[in-house]
Design a protein. Structure first.
Length: 225
């Protein structure tokens, strides 16, 4: 949306000094991602807390070892969440203790995008029963963002020129104020899923990342009369 202050002539015949045109500028670029991350969870239930902890710990170790065997560095595997919760059933409004639930979620960073599906399959085959939050990103996205920011500023300048030409005023082409605001939009699979061992190979496509930038800019103009 374009906003501008149309010039008016004061009673004393002098022009107001602060004639402004205010515009927004947008820019965007599609880039190929070169890294990814995924959350892999091991959820264990048992009536005995110590039993649940021990079983969960063994399964987590097994999953980590299987990921390392795929070439993933151990430094790229970290605990994202760990919870111990009592679990209950309900019968006619009564709360009945069922046991304990241990949830250990690993966040795994992946440099080779060609093995994302294999990472998920291998993790599931080794005990993972919760997969969520597959995210793709670009390592040098800051460099891309700077390029997109240039597009956003140029877009704001062109909008200001269009408005000035439409209302027949002379635009001072250098903005007196530019306010930055930007965001990177990535394809994200947020829906968690339960996986069954033995399923067909998981296909996860990285697609593209859309990097966006936005600015707000103010320009001065002088009336043509």
């Amino acid at each position: 949306m374009y906003n501008y202050n149309y010039p008016s002539l004061p009673r004393n015949g002098q022009h107001h000094k602060d004639h402004l045109i205010k515009v927004s500028g947008e820019g965007e670029m599609a880039v190929q991602p070169d890294s990814a991350s995924v959350n892999l969870g091991i959820i264990t239930e048992s009536k005995q807390l110590i039993t649940a902890q021990q079983q969960n710990s063994l399964e987590v170790t097994k999953v980590i070892d299987s990921l390392i065997s795929l070439g993933i560095n151990k430094n790229q595997i970290q605990t994202f969440d760990y919870r111990i919760e009592p679990d209950y059933d309900y019968d006619q409004g009564k709360q009945i203790f069922r046991g304990y639930k241990i949830t250990h979620i690993l966040k795994v960073k992946i440099e080779d995008l060609s093995i994302i599906g294999k990472v998920v399959d291998t993790a599931v085959q080794n005990g993972v029963n919760y997969v969520s939050n597959v995210q793709f990103t670009a390592k040098n996205k800051e460099s891309f963002y700077k390029q997109v920011l240039v597009l956003a500023v140029n877009n704001a300048i062109e909008k200001a020129k269009t408005i000035a030409g439409t209302i027949n005023v002379t635009l001072l082409p250098t903005p007196i104020l530019v306010v930055e605001g930007g965001s990177t939009v990535q394809p994200v699979f947020n829906q968690p899923g339960a996986f069954v061992k033995g399923i067909a190979s998981t296909q996860i496509e990285p697609g593209q990342i859309i990097i966006k930038a936005e600015v707000m800019a103010e320009f001065k103009f002088t009336p043509s009369y």
